[in-house]
Ligand binder design. Sequence first.
Ligand code: PMP
Length: 361
Amino acid sequence: MTERIYNFSAGPAVIPLPVLEEAQANMLSLPGVGMSVMEISHRSKTFDEIIQGAEAGLRELLNIPKDYAVLFLQGGASLQFAMVPMNFLSLDASADYIVTGSWGKKAVKEAQKFGTADLAANMADGGFTRVPNQDELHLNSGAAYVHMTSNETIEGVEFKREPEVGQVPLVADMSSNILSRPIPVDKYGIIYAGAQKNMGPSGVTLVIIREDLLPRIREGLSIMLDYRTHVKDKSLHNTPNTWGIYILNLVCKWLKDKGGLEGMQQENEAKAKLIYDAIDATDFYRGHADADSRSIMNVTFRLPSEDLEKKFANEATAAKLDGLKGHRSVGGIRASIYNAFPREGCEALVEFMKEFEKRNG
Ligand code: PMP
């Protein structure tokens, strides 16, 4: 086999090896089918089993209540930035946005095209280093919804619990921490997430939506941009990303075989702790996020200078630790350690950090 290296990419990101192996083994022909998954009709019995398996897998792992629909859409989380306000906001209404980083800012920009997007909190001061406390939220009980980003991938800032929003539907962009730990789905009105971090390849967007919200959707939307279309047609109104849903189904099976999300959370917390402990052990490395808002998926930190950061990322790549350069908008170093990222890779990074400091500290 071609050698695999440690992939710290923020997304598309590492996929579990057993999943890749199974996909590889069945690439030319799904067992008993004689065709690859990419060659079969999305209306075939075989694909029906795959998409139903993916939905059932997610329902079991996330304990999704029955009154929620599970959708597999396209257009990425970025389209959801627009679809949520398009469906639920109007020019004479407002929605509350809790902004804890770069992706939340983008969501606000899209919402402003459809109605009023109020900032229930804007944590931009200091460069998005923490999530707000409950008493810092300026919530409007008449808002159409409250939007939050459960994990800001670029800054590495994560909510550890849901904000209390009363009766207003809570909408969460969970692109970068979905399936990393159990969540109380019933606290949310809508959850959406691009697949390409914890669920599979890019090109599938998961949407989990409470069905009692559907009557609130405004009329006159394009068919493809109206959630009701996809609920009614069970994500098969048009041709979905069949390959992506196939991989997502395998990822759910992998997670179930591992014992589900409680075990995954423990593993993730232990992996993140290894790196955060290494950051805290010295003044050479400086964590970006405040301790109680630290992401267990995206560990962000700085070095004493940008030159050293560049050198760190380059030398790490040469040492087969790839993808550590921070996002171009904020710089620094970011280690993305999603579910499928192995603990050994975190240990290797910690060793590299110690050794790099010795040479450059
Ligand atoms: N939200 C978050 C939290 C993200 O991390 C990303 C992608 N990195 C996006 C939205 C945008 O996702 P997509 O590329 O699927 O549109």
